[in-house]
Design a protein around this ligand. Structure first.
Ligand SMILES: Cc1ncc(COP(=O)(O)O)c(C=O)c1O
Length: 388
């Protein structure tokens, strides 16, 4: 198999991916998850940030096999919906290890979570605080802070969080609502390529801690969110650089009064564990003078490759015909929708002797793929997962 630009980054198929594909030849498209890599990433993160409690952001890949593997290692879980809460409950994970981290919740979802023993909820508005006070009286709550997402390949800004002075107001109000304001969270944007992105966010958080303390509300918890990267075409710094930058900022801003630290990795724990195998359905050219080939795959925007939207996440690709000359391609999915083009602007090159029926592997495709796949768009079934 030849790798397109894979040398630029650490994305790679694992021996277990390859053994599974060779032995089972599964129907495509599908994702093969190497659970050993998930376990390894968890251990690496625990070693890099030993004082942080790790809450896996289940939305990145809610497969029971992954949640169970992480639960066994002692992980906690960040949940976005009653569906994700149900996955953890079914596995018998105690509610003390769960955080309802969405800032946009239905009242009945809050009530259901509280009835099941969950006692940690996020908010970023007064209306959500009112819902929490009504449906989970006395619960521990943390406010999500709006922070800059510069450097993130998949930004999460604008929609979530509030400004620092509003966060301070809301945390003080939370106490008046009969809730227990415990701290703050933020998210520096997913696939964050700059370890210093946490720096300003931690400084803002420290300002809110001080503002709240002035008004008699002593916060105890800082949730550093997600953002740690997987490996795609753009190379990223090693985990140690992120850990060092975070530790430095925490020491500078909080000194010996450091709050309890939580971190909510999604992509970091599961992206590199997944390999998405697709197959070429068609190779064509649009015009005789065009030198680009159009490669149509059986996987596209609607079958798990959602993060190729606007070509934000650029996966490393692997194809057969190692060593043969490459040429420019446009890569598209199989549906009758013209948005289903994965890469047109970014200059991907693939072997010239690729043929219809050849496999194309998307490396580091374990995050935000299977759970984002459409159920039946154009009649195609959802993306299937295998676990090794
Ligand atoms: C609240 C929250 N925490 C954590 C994450 C995980 O982020 P990442 O996959 O970048 O680690 C997300 C992702 O959307 C999120 O919304």
């Amino acid at each position: 198999m030849a790798s397109s630009s894979a040398a630029l980054s650490q994305a790679a198929a694992s021996p277990r991916h390859d053994a599974f594909l060779a032995e089972h030849r599964p129907a495509t498209p599908c994702v093969v998850i190497d659970l050993g890599i998930v376990r390894r990433r968890f251990a690496e993160l625990r070693a890099a940030l030993p004082t942080a409690r790790i809450y896996y952001a289940v939305k990145a890949n809610p497969a029971t096999e992954i949640v169970a593997a992480l639960a066994e290692l002692g992980a906690n879980f960040d949940l976005a919906s009653p569906g994700e809460i149900g996955i953890c409950r079914a596995l018998g994970i105690p509610p003390e290890r769960l955080s309802f981290g969405s800032t946009i919740k239905r009242g009945s979802a809050i009530a259901g979570a509280a009835a099941g023993g969950i006692d940690l909820f996020a908010f970023d508005s007064v209306a959500e605080l009112e819902k929490l006070a009504r449906h989970a009286p006395g619960a521990r709550v943390f406010c999500r802070l709006l922070v800059v997402n510069k450097g993130a390949e998949w930004p999460l800004t604008h929609k979530f969080g509030c400004e620092a002075h509003i966060a301070a107001e809301l945390l003080v109000a939370a106490k008046q609502f009969g809730l227990r304001p415990v701290g703050l969270s933020f998210h520096v944007g997913s696939q964050q390529t700059d370890p210093l992105a946490w720096d300003a966010a931690i400084a803002h958080a420290a300002w809110v801690f001080r503002a709240c303390a002035h008004r008699g509300v002593n916060l105890e918890l800082l949730n550093l969110g997600g953002g740690l990267p997987g490996h795609y075409l753009t190379p990223v710094p090693p985990l140690a650089d992120y850990a060092e930058a975070i530790e430095r900022a925490l020491t500078r801003e909080f000194g010996s009064a450091r709050p309890r630290i939580l971190i909510e990795p999604g992509r970091f724990l599961v992206a590199d564990a997944g390999l998405l195998r697709a197959e070429i359905l068609l190779i064509s050219r649009k015009a005789s003078r065009e030198h680009e080939r159009w490669i149509y795959l059986d996987a596209g925007l609607y079958s798990g490759l959602t993060e190729t939207l606007n070509e934000r996440i650029r996966y490393c690709l692997r194809t057969p015909h190692a060593g043969s000359p490459c040429g420019p391609v446009v890569i598209a999915g199989p549906t009758c929708d013209s948005t289903d083009i994965l890469y047109h602007r970014h200059p991907y090159e693939l072997p010239l002797d690729l043929e219809i029926g050849d496999p194309v592997d998307f490396l580091s495709a374990g995050a935000y793929t299977t759970s984002a796949s459409a159920v039946a768009f154009n009649g195609f079934p959802p993306l299937k997962s295998y676990f090794v």
